[in-house]
Design a protein around this ligand. Structure first.
Ligand SMILES: CC(C)[C@H](C(=O)O)[C@@H](O)C(=O)O
Ligand code: SF4
Length: 464
């Protein structure tokens, strides 16, 4: 029988199945961060339980760590407590913790793939809603709550009813200057914030095959924003090439065998899905959000909806009007980073736009690498120099301005164009206004000082 990738991974990992009860699914790996792990460790401690196999866990510090150069000096008492608790818990349970300045620290969804932990056909969990990012490798990756995390820690298994499986088929080639970020914003705008509820999405189509691993991660990252429980892309040569030689990847002697297994995980021709959605991207232009959830996004050449699709409360919050064009709306802040778009390719795109330019004087721009490895790579390529020369701030790795949980916050009333994944009310700081877009759109807008997808040819540097 022809099976899709999710059915295959599920079948291989189910350890118990009983009518009327959730399936018991073996979990290959769990990633931890400082915000959601403390209570899970506490629950284990309360019952005198240990972590069942510490080699299948890895922890990092990302949400609450400052991104200034002296980031080890943490002034916020809550952040300090979270980080101290993670250190203590990892030490007690013998879990590897990627410490700041070890070379391995970064956002949990950036370092997992970078280290080669995330592999095709595996099951992976993290107490974080953007865990679907790892699906880019053909892994079944779920964001789970804290008590579920405690259960996985103790048993290595997850109780779950098998979700529906939805195919999102991208039709056509991705036009020049349009990115995975635009593809996923288009999908969410089309199907809505609950369009994939209860489903795992498999992204298919030649355009997906043509994406780099970084772009596939961007695509899968936002699956949760249309309600999906996970999102994935079947593994192929691009996946294998990315993984080869990474610290946790299979060594040379086992490589061929691993690749053959991974290849066998891809969906069979003629397999079925519970639901299929097609997105035509032949004419896709850069996308941007206008409201207070990611569904409220439009193509840059469209106007904010007037009538159906409009949302007066959202418009009041963001200070915009029905039927208004977003092009030309002034921005105060520009943010490049996060587990959506804080990888080396994103920084390369940004640097290529900022090269020989300066950002508009009224704009504050943060460029925050997703990990220490991304930062190091960017420095080796001289991207930090280009970014700094343009007047942007090239900072230390972390979640940063993606959510107002650390020192990096957009001030109340300020408008930020951002490469992140959520534009919820107050997401980047109390009273902050967020417009979601690709790194290219963010960089071009920072130079122009207003929302645009055109590279301003004349600016301060050239004029002087
Ligand atoms: C803090 C954490 C629990 C949260 C999540 O689960 O996603 C955060 O990463 C986010 O992006 O909102
Ligand atoms: S970068 Fe943002 S979305 Fe990603 S894990 Fe951190 S806070 Fe969540």
């Amino acid at each position: 029988m022809a099976l899709n990738i999710v059915e295959k991974i599920w079948q291989q990992h189910v350890v118990n199945q009983q009518e009327g009860f959730p399936d018991v699914l073996a979990i290959d790996f769990a990633l931890l961060h400082e915000v959601t792990s403390a209570q899970a460790f506490q629950m284990l401690g309360d019952r005198g339980l240990g972590v069942h196999d510490p080699r299948r866990f890895l922890a990092t510090i990302d949400h609450s760590i400052p991104t200034r150069s002296d980031r080890q000096r943490i002034t916020d008492p809550q952040a300090r407590a979270q980080i101290a608790a993670l250190r203590e818990n990892c030490q007690r349970q013998q879990i590897t913790l990627c410490e700041p300045d070890s070379g391995g620290q970064g956002i949990v969804h950036v370092i997992g793939p970078e280290l080669g932990i995330t592999q095709p056909g595996m099951t992976l969990v993290c107490g974080d809603s953007h865990t679907a990012t790892h699906g880019a490798f053909g892994a079944l990756a779920f964001g789970i709550g804290t008590s579920t995390l405690a259960h996985v820690m103790a048993t290595g298994a997850l109780l779950m009813n098998r979700p529906g499986i939805m195919q999102v088929a991208f039709h056509g080639e991705l036009p020049q200057g349009v990115y995975a970020k635009d593809m996923i914003l288009r999908l969410i705008a089309d199907i809505g914030i609950d369009g994939a509820t209860g489903h795992v999405i498999e992204y298919t189509g030649q355009a997906v095959r043509d994406l780099s691993m970084e772009q596939r991660m961007t695509l899968c990252n936002m699956s949760i924003e249309c309600g999906a429980v996970a999102g994935l892309v079947a593994p192929d040569e691009t996946t294998f090439r990315y993984l080869k030689g990474r610290p946790y990847a299979p060594p040379d002697a086992q490589w061929q065998q691993a690749v053959e297994h991974w290849q066998s995980r891809a969906s069979d021709p003629g397999c079925g899905y519970d639901k299929t959605v097609t997105v035509d991207i032949r004419q896709l232009t850069p996308m941007i959000s206008w409201g207070t959830n990611p569904e409220q996004s439009i193509a840059i050449d469209q106007r904010i909806p007037n009538g159906p699709g409009s949302d007066q409360a959202a418009l009041n919050y963001v200070g915009l009007k029905e039927a208004q064009s977003l092009t030309g709306v002034p921005v105060d802040w520009a943010f490049v980073g996060s587990c959506t778009n804080g990888r080396i390719e994103d920084l390369r795109v940004v640097a290529s736009i900022l090269n020989q330019k300066t950002i508009a004087p009224h704009v504050t721009m943060y460029v925050v690498p997703g990990s220490e490895a991304v930062r190091q790579q960017a420095i080796e390529e001289g991207l930090d120099q280009i970014i700094t020369r343009a007047g942007a701030d090239f900072r230390m790795p972390g979640c940063s301005m993606c959510l107002g949980m650390n020192d990096d916050q957009v001030p109340a009333g300020a408008r930020c164009i951002s490469t992140t994944n959520r534009n919820f009310i107050g997401r980047q700081g109390t009273g902050s206004i967020t417009h979601l877009a690709s790194p290219a759109t963010v960089a071009m807008s920072a130079v122009a000082g207003h929302i645009t997808t055109q590279l301003t040819t004349m600016n301060q540097q050239e004029a002087s």
